[in-house]
Write a protein that binds this ligand. Sequence first.
Ligand SMILES: NC(=O)c1ccc[n+]([C@@H]2O[C@H](COP(=O)([O-])OP(=O)(O)OC[C@H]3O[C@@H](n4cnc5c(N)ncnc54)[C@H](O)[C@@H]3O)[C@@H](O)[C@H]2O)c1
Length: 400
Amino acid sequence: MDILILGVDGYLGWPLALHLASQQHRVAGIDCFLRRAWISEVGSHSAIPIYTIEERLQAFKDCFGVELMFRDGNLLDYSFLKAFLAEFQPDTIIHLAEMPSAPYSMIDQAHAAFTQQNNVIGSLNVLWAIKEVCPNAHLIKLGTMGEYGTPNIDIPEGFFEVEFRGRKDRLPFPRQANSFYHWSKVHDSNNTMFACRTWGLRATDIMQGIVFGSHIDEMSGDVRLRTRFDFDQCFGTVINRFICEAVIGHPLTVYGAGGQTRGFLPLQNSIQCLTLATENPSDPGEYRVFNQFDDCYTVEELAAAVQRVGLEMSIEIDIEHYNNPRTEPDSHYYKPDRNHLVELGYQPKHDLETEIRTMLQDLMPHKSRVLEKIDVFVPDIRWEGGRRFSKKVDIKATPV
Ligand SMILES: NC(=O)c1ccc[n+]([C@@H]2O[C@H](COP(=O)([O-])OP(=O)(O)OC[C@H]3O[C@@H](n4cnc5c(N)ncnc54)[C@H](O)[C@@H]3O)[C@@H](O)[C@H]2O)c1
């Protein structure tokens, strides 16, 4: 297949390009290096050093013997996007090119507006370009499990059967996002669903859980192929951040009592799921939703798992509770479905503890890079507005 990855320089985009190339697909990519700029803006760097795009592309060619057709461009530049789609004529477009951080979107008005402009208008441009240039292409759009929030009932995959005043219908499941970033994803989902219904486009909207992991098999032979690994309060997702804290002996920063439950999956499994969705496209006019995660854990359970694996490797790890900068329930019901990918043959290959062990091994050599930026762990972006950091809390005194 001819596959275009939007956001190919990112944490997920780069490994996905490598894996799809290893499966003999022809891969092209677009990026404008915003992620690299955001990480500098928040005063951090990737714990695992990453190479320039020129070096990455050369390593790709050395590894697979073919070129990755790359364009440096922004999805907000509609004529650029449309021209490249016309040139490459993809069978599949995997859209990862969005600002992916909830805290970053909550910094202030400018960051909230930037997030929604970048994500919503960028995705709208993708829909229009597909309609105008390659209407039969399959769009795989990365959403997030965070679109659903944490309702007090089970979470289906996108739609549910509902009976109201004696009549029945199959309707989109309510979305209750918890940051301006997560709301941008909800707006994208609505626009994508509408474009499928109105123009007959085909799309798979992936409600992805939180991804963790430091490498995939295809990267093993060449350091230039490694993907980024961030640990700051904005872009360091929870397990990745815990691993960086563990390797430098910083206590794991659990927000509140740590009872918040979410769905998680290892990087390698995320790539496997996206490959399955690519190789099994939706039908013309079909808008389908996949919930993409392996297991649900509380933040406290994750911290305990990192501590347990650390102990086996003779790494002593403390856990500390901090005032939660987010406005969210500390403890709640959480039971999402995840059947659609399983029906396509998905079987998770990597489990939590094995992956934590690999991550600790991968990050140990980069301890000094984490120590250099130790301040970026501090969770001071507050959902109610402004920046304020309150130190450790006594969880026995915190209502759960
Ligand atoms: N990583 C996770 O745990 C996770 C979980 C759920 C959903 N997602 C979603 O998956 C997608 C990829 O996530 P990621 O962790 O790889 O993020 P990332 O920031 O590493 O990757 C996104 C890439 O897109 C590029 N980009 C952003 N806006 C762009 C624009 N307007 N034009 C061109 N390029 C642009 C960035 O430079 C970056 O390289 C995002 O949509 C994110 O919301 C990620």
